[in-house]
Design a protein around this ligand. Sequence first.
Ligand code: DOR
Ligand code: ZN
Length: 449
Amino acid sequence: MTVDLVLKNARVFTPNGIFNAGLAIEGDRIVRVAKETNLPPASETVNLNGDLLLPGLVDIHVHLRGQGLSYKEDFYTGTAAAAAGGVTTVVDMPNNIPVTMSVETVKERIKSAGDKIVVNVAFYSAFPEKHEEAKRIVVEGGAIAFKFFMSRKVGGIDPKDNSAILEALREAAGLDVPVAIHAEDIRLIEERKKKVELLEKEGIEAYLEVHSPSVEKAAIERAAGLAEETGAKIHICHLSSSKGLGAVLAAKKKGLQVSCEVTPHHLLLTVEDLKSKGATALVNPPLRPKRDVDSLWKALRDGSIDVLASDHAPHRLEEKFPPIWEAKTGISGLETMLPLLLTQVDRGLLTLETLIRMASERPAEILGLEGRGRIVEGGYADLVVVDPSERFRIDPSTFHSKAKHSPFEGWTVKGRPVKTFVNGRLVMDEGEIVAKPGDGRVIRRLREA
Ligand code: DOR
Ligand code: ZN
């Protein structure tokens, strides 16, 4: 049998270890992982010259924007950024214009994405106003999971309304759909904001007091309590502090179905970077002192943190300047995540196994993205080829994202994604996007388009 594509002469990262081998690909699937002599003939063969072949990253925290926010990012530029960064599947957040929160809005969003994307995209929905609609959002609309912001109202449910949250979580539990949670408690945020205003505190110090680790911790404890009551699976987004981590660990210890994620920026930057860089480092939850960062690293190494995700949240740089309460928070992270993490592997701070487990395998598992996140026979050919020895400087002006700014500007990293394959097709080659808009695929909960 002749297959469509053979990738030969690679160091292939498989669940059983790294092998000098190659892959045979037929259509969108990997059909064989083997030494070159055991690979079938192919219509096309690509020699990877001994480079590292990894599962493409599965980034479960991405704000692709588009629609009413296309000036910040659109489905093409966002997924091109993903492809350039070795990310083959992104899961899109619902806080857009319009907010994704109904069957119609999910369908509209999927329709708008369809002819623009160059990687796989799945969609979160916010909860609808009427909890009964949640089922249709998943079954008819195709949303993969729900996202709930505890810090402000996004979607149909007020984060102060415990009984409405309980009903929504019950629906999600019944559907066996996870709920990703932005864990900052709205009541505490409001309380603290009044206090700093009264004391006429301003700027970054005031902002940090309002968005403090205690606010994160309180939200996680509350979310865990609601999950316990309903049996819902929850996923805590962008964990930032030691206090927050403590609350996650306590919930895990109780046996609750809770997973959590951490971002490269919360691992590699501290509050000092926010103070020195300002706008480009402004993100929510904010960057923390070194002791918090150290505790995240420790938890990451001992396996207590499940997922690495970018929280790619593109804004125009002009929108990120003071007054701080109006400044937009978020970092353009898709193009820097993998190089930054590979650099930590090179420095001995992280193993490649942990990186791939947390950035490809576990995220796919948590969201039920079957056949993704691992290089195995029968799995999808979602792959990134990395030259682990190439050093380069992060230059945001070269980003495919519309948000051409980064707190990592000027950092030297080691490990460059050189080719990205999605569903067996080459989409990025040496930094250039070679896929056509629309070559990417929408992944729905129950079936694929
Ligand atoms: O920094 C952030 N940016 N945090 C959020 O919760 C939202 C996100 C965005 O959409 O810009
Ligand atoms: Zn986010």
